[in-house]
Design a protein around this ligand. Structure first.
Ligand SMILES: NC(=O)c1ccc[n+]([C@@H]2O[C@H](COP(=O)([O-])OP(=O)(O)OC[C@H]3O[C@@H](n4cnc5c(N)ncnc54)[C@H](OP(=O)(O)O)[C@@H]3O)[C@@H](O)[C@H]2O)c1
Length: 420
């Protein structure tokens, strides 16, 4: 059965890798060379420092020279980064997530194409994987104004490559974060999923704030990073949520996941099976007090019949926003929903929105951090993969490949463990 609950009160410029910079690819298949001295820099054990007497840092970066399955195309590349000059900033990774879009980008099926270059000294032009993460400032060039050693930053735009132990970027490419009361996980995962949930709820529905606690949104993929963010933001803003998850292998696991989302602030949680059943209309009727509490927004990251079923329970003039396509099935809709209910079907892509609205993006992030500090925005469940300096390339690549399976207990996140 569906599980309702009472609504709670709303209440680089990477220094050009010229031939004088040593760099190498650690192929997934090739044996890892330990404690190899390269250009005077010692590389090897995790606990040691990787900065030479001349201030050059040994960096490792996950790159791909062509599109394909992660296990076939990803390589671990080693290169050195010089001291920052001008407005350059040297960074060390704290935490970076492995999001579905990162995988799609490696596969070559994502609309934002990465830049393939030799700038890091790779033998073939390669792209750096990863689109968001938290980094710590190690050192700054003489013209850097807003950042100092020890500050935390995130990248202003997606597509700059975050799966790397170190980076050298321009000050203008970074957003400084007030790290007070925040963890690296919270900072490293804020700019894609929570921002997407926040903007979709705020920008695609003209909520009647006088009816706080009497309006609904429905969403699928409710246990995803975006879904969890939407549940929590809606709760804070007095919007009820009807959440759709995929049924687990056994009823106990399904109930446990439902409870997890209810504890997060979901108003009701149903399985996809319940959504597609003929009883679903009755469930919705009961939840929405015979429709007196309208469902005014649908958030869709699945597609197919799942999306169509959500559209059917929307109130007239509502919006269904598609932001993902996890089932890879197209969204097919009965024409009557357009003719007689005047439903509006939109799409949202946070990368494009963020590029056009950089100040609004920073403000959104600040808002989410405030909620996080206030204990109103909880961490996503994660599977942490520690990235030590001597981590086998194979382990890193396997971690990426593993994210392609569904029914996971949490998002994989690389956490760098090394000095500087
Ligand atoms: N448009 C944008 O700007 C934007 C921004 C952020 C994210 N997204 C998209 O939003 C979606 C969720 O991203 P995320 O980072 O929040 O995800 P996530 O935390 O990594 O979780 C993945 C979600 O996808 C579900 N899923 C996986 N395979 C599925 C399938 N075959 N059919 C139905 N559901 C499936 C999972 O459900 P199970 O647990 O049942 O496997 C889980 O809920 C992705 O499609 C992503 O590309 C879009």
């Amino acid at each position: 059965m569906f599980t309702p609950r009472t609504l709670r009160p709303s209440a680089p410029c990477i220094r050009q890798a010229t031939s004088s910079y040593r760099s190498s690819i650690e192929s997934v298949r090739a044996p890892f060379i330990r404690s190899k001295v390269q250009g005077g820099y010692q590389a090897g054990a995790a606990a040691q420092r990787f900065v030479s007497a001349y201030g050059y840092t040994q960096a490792k970066v996950i790159v791909y020279p062509k599109y394909g399955e992660p296990k076939d195309v990803l390589q671990l590349h080693k290169h050195s980064i010089g001291p920052p000059s001008g407005s350059q900033v040297n960074l060390r990774l704290l935490a970076t997530p492995l999001n579905p879009a990162d995988i799609n980008q490696i596969q070559g099926v994502y609309p934002a194409k990465p830049t393939f270059t030799n700038i890091l000294g790779t033998t073939e032009p390669s792209a750096v994987a990863g689109n968001e993460g938290a980094f710590e400032v190690l050192s700054t060039g003489p013209q850097v104004q807003s950042l100092k050693k020890g500050d935390w930053v995130i990248m202003k735009r997606t597509g700059q490559g975050t799966w790397r132990t170190h980076a050298q970027l321009e000050e203008s490419q970074l957003i400084k974060v007030d790290k007070e009361g925040l963890t690296a996980l919270q900072v490293g995962t804020v700019s894609v999923n929570p921002v997407t949930a926040y903007r979709m709820i705020k920008d695609f529905c003209d909520w009647d704030w006088m009816r706080s606690g009497e309006e609904w949104l429905i969403q699928n993929g409710a246990n995803s990073g975006v879904g969890r963010a939407a549940i929590q933001l809606a709760r804070v803003w007095g919007i009820k949520t009807l959440n759709v998850i995929r049924q687990r292998e056994n009823p106990e696991e399904t109930e446990a996941l439902k409870k997890d989302l209810l504890d997060l602030g979901a108003t009701a949680v149903v399985t996809e099976e319940e959504l597609l059943s003929k009883e679903f209309r009755g469930i919705v009727k009961q939840l929405t007090k015979d429709g007196k509490e309208p469902i005014r927004l649908a958030l869709n990251c699945v597609g197919g019949e799942n999306a169509a079923a959500m559209a059917k329970v929307l109130a007239p003039d509502s919006h269904l926003v598609t932001y993902g396509a996890m089932s890879r099935k197209p969204v097919a809709l009965p024409s009557g929903l357009l003719i007689f209910k005047n439903l509006v079907f939109d799409g949202f892509w946070v990368s494009r929105w963020g590029d056009k609205n950089s100040q609004a993006k920073e403000n959104t992030i600040k808002d989410i951090f405030e909620l996080t500090r206030a204990g109103k925005f909880k961490d996503i469940p994660v599977q942490e993969v520690k990235w030590t300096y001597d981590k086998e390339p194979k382990e890193l690549v396997e971690a990426v490949q593993d994210t392609l399976s569904g029914f996971r207990s949490g998002k994989t996140i690389f956490v760098y463990e090394g000095d500087d």
